[in-house]
Design a protein around this ligand. Structure first.
Ligand code: MSK
Length: 632
């Protein structure tokens, strides 16, 4: 067995404790303290039984007061809240996708942004029936981007990418009337349906929640992923590192955080510029280190091998090291707490998007025309801030792990091609994977995604579940903060397969394909890559998506985006396991639909289990049930 050692959650926690000591010295607030102030949580809010959608209330449903002032019962209230929660997530991911469409529209041969993957662009253009012959690549990029933008508001028809799904899934969407139309329409329609005096029937509200989710996963998010690949390159296997130890004490440390790669890509470009490196040296540093937090980190790790400092609940830790010259953020999952926290240190907290403006930050408005100048100004500001460090506060926990990342759908197929050389469609085939599952070498797969949530011991659920599943010969595809938890623990180091953490079947497959046992597929929007993988497995194997021994899991989820994701994952036919209850348990009808009833519509549903070990058992059980049903 290998010498390789995972970093344990206890070690993560000890490092955090040490950083919090620094925080206490400078009077910093922390999420750990704020959780204490906010606990216990309001049960009406938590169960979804509080209605604030008009000003007659708020109405809170109890046994004594079973209806709100308008007469809406708890099922209508919970259903409306659930739908609005989903709409928030679908809007957020999709607006991210829209920004990427705009960036693609701004590309030019001599501009800030260029087309890095023209083949992918041509593939999408052909898929969308856009003439490609004899066209300048930038003219084509603009046409494809404009067509993508139209998907947000087109008056007729459904999302173009739905045709990528296997036929059976498309039929379900059609039959159940959940095939998403224009993305903005699904979000607006969700708000309309849940307005006072509109829908209060749980079935209608949940059905629209599924449709809004699908407009995200097979619409906005998919465009976000695909066009980011066109702009910045489709991820290929790449080596990087993860955990706070990737920050370098002698260097200027710039941390990028958020979701949209347009900013972070530019920052990385300028941080590598010899002129900037020379400037950093002039200011007393040895160089510049860019590392990342949350999904912006995943984006640049996947395409550039930029190291991952941490995930959602680590964002304060990067500042607490006292060695962060600038934390530069774009959109989503950014704690407003970074403003006051950065003031306790020398750190510059730089916001860049009109979408995410925060007090006590320096706002440098970033846009595609001025992207180069903006990035250069940010890198320069960070360099100039190096000399303001308070040396006595600097402590970077010396822990990091190696990680192999970059497993886009295309890269997974390329790696599988190393095992056999079969070709089914343009991009290759998933059949080697299917054969491994059929033969039982792999029992199945889990798509593990999502955030951290202080309601769950941070990272422990992700890591413990991954270990349990690997031991049981279940391979994992990951994204978002789940992927970063794995990387920080060491589960993305290919060496891990030579430990007893990994079952013999997974080890054999990973050895043959030369992959780690947990595959980093990217950021939150990149869960769309997982949808393509599942649909193509269905196409190549002849199974339906719901028959594949595959389940989804978000053990520590927290955001509206996660609910939108969950809704499109189950609507694609993949049973989804959660470690945190959605705000829906106040209604037996809504809860019943989500945890069972929707199976009649989309062949999959949610399971929620807070006992993480049990959650793992339930997933394994489900995968084994699917195997029995397939007769494999
Ligand atoms: S960043 S949505 S905390 S996964 Fe995508 Fe992480 Fe969840 Fe944000």
């Amino acid at each position: 067995m290998s010498e390789f050692k995972l970093t344990t959650v206890e070690e993560f926690e000890a490092a955090t404790e040490r950083l919090l000591e620094t925080g206490a010295k400078v009077g910093a607030d922390s999420w750990q303290m704020r959780v204490k102030n906010q606990t216990p949580h309001c049960k009406f809010g938590e169960s979804g039984a509080c209605c604030k959608i008009c000003s007659m209330g708020p109405c809170r449903i109890t046994a004594k007061a079973p209806r709100g002032i308008c007469g809406c019962d708890v099922h209508g209230i919970v259903g409306r809240n659930f739908l609005r929660f989903t709409a928030g997530g679908a809007a957020t991911h999709s607006d991210h996708g829209r920004e990427i469409c705009h960036t693609l529209y701004e590309t030019s041969a001599d501009g800030n942004y260029k087309v890095k993957d023209p083949e992918k662009l041509i593939r999408i253009a052909k898929e969308w029936d856009i003439e490609t012959e004899g066209k300048d690549i930038y003219d084509l990029a603009h046409e494809v981007a404009e067509t993508g933008l139209m998907e947000y508001g087109k008056p007729f028809g459904h999302q173009r990418f739905l045709k990528r799904a296997d036929k059976h899934t498309q039929e379900i969407w059609e039959r159940e009337e959940i095939a998403p139309r224009a993305i903005d329409r699904e979000v607006s329609c969700s708000l309309h349906m849940s307005h006072v005096g509109c829908s209060s029937k749980p079935e209608a509200l949940v059905r629209q929640a599924l449709r809004a989710g699908l407009s995200d996963g097979w619409g906005g998010s998919m465009m976000g992923t695909e066009f980011s690949d066109v702009l910045f390159g489709t991820p290929r296997e790449m080596e990087t590192e993860a955990n706070l130890g990737v920050m370098v004490e002698e260097n200027v440390n710039i941390v990028v955080h958020g979701h949209d790669p347009s900013l972070s890509e530019m920052i990385c470009e300028y941080a590598e510029d010899p002129e900037m490196i020379a400037y950093a040296k002039e200011k007393g540093a040895q160089g510049i280190t860019v590392s990342g937090v949350c999904c912006t980190s995943n984006e640049v790790a996947m395409r550039r091998g930029i190291p991952m400092a941490g995930n959602y609940l680590q964002q304060e830790n990067v500042v607490l090291t006292g060695a962060c010259e600038a934390i530069v953020v774009d959109v989503q999952c950014i704690f407003p707490a970074l403003g006051p926290l950065s003031k306790c240190f020398h750190t510059k907290f730089i916001t860049t998007s009109p979408i995410a403006q925060m007090p006590e930050s320096e706002f440098i408005r970033f846009n595609s025309h001025t992207a180069g100048e903006n990035a250069k100004a940010i890198v320069k500001a960070a360099i100039e801030n190096f000399q303001n460090r308070k040396k006595e506060l600097v402590h970077i926990p010396q822990m990091k792990q190696k990680a192999s990342v970059g497993y886009s759908y295309e890269e997974i197929i390329r790696k599988l091609d190393g095992v056999t050389n079969s070709q089914v469609d343009d991009l290759g085939t998933t059949m080697p994977l299917v054969d491994c599952v059929k033969s039982g070498v792999l029992r199945g797969a889990v798509a593990m995604v999502g955030c951290n949530n202080p309601k769950v011991r941070p990272d422990a659920a992700h890591i413990e579940l991954m270990k349990k599943l690997l031991k049981n010969d279940i391979i994992l595809v990951l994204s978002g903060c789940s992927a970063q938890a794995a990387a920080r623990a060491g589960l993305m180091d290919k060496e891990v397969i030579y430990t007893d953490i990994v079952g013999a079947g997974v080890r054999r497959v990973c050895e043959l394909a030369d992959i780690p046992p947990v595959l980093h597929m990217g950021s939150c929007v990149d869960i769309s890559r997982m949808m393509i993988l599942a649909s193509n497995i269905a196409k190549h194997s002849g199974w339906t998506v719901s028959q594949i021994p595959l389940v989804g899991c978000a053990p520590e989820w927290m955001s509206e985006k996660a609910v939108s994701i969950g809704n499109y994952v189950v609507s694609t036919g993949i049973d989804t396991y959660l470690g945190v209850e959605p705000y829906a348990y106040g209604s037996s009808e809504v809860d019943g639909l989500l945890k069972g009833g929707i199976k009649d519509w989309v062949e999959a549903c949610y399971t929620v289990e807070k006992d993480i070990d049990k959650l793992g058992d339930l997933m394994i059980e489900r995968i084994e049930e699917k195997r029995v049903a397939l007769g494999i």
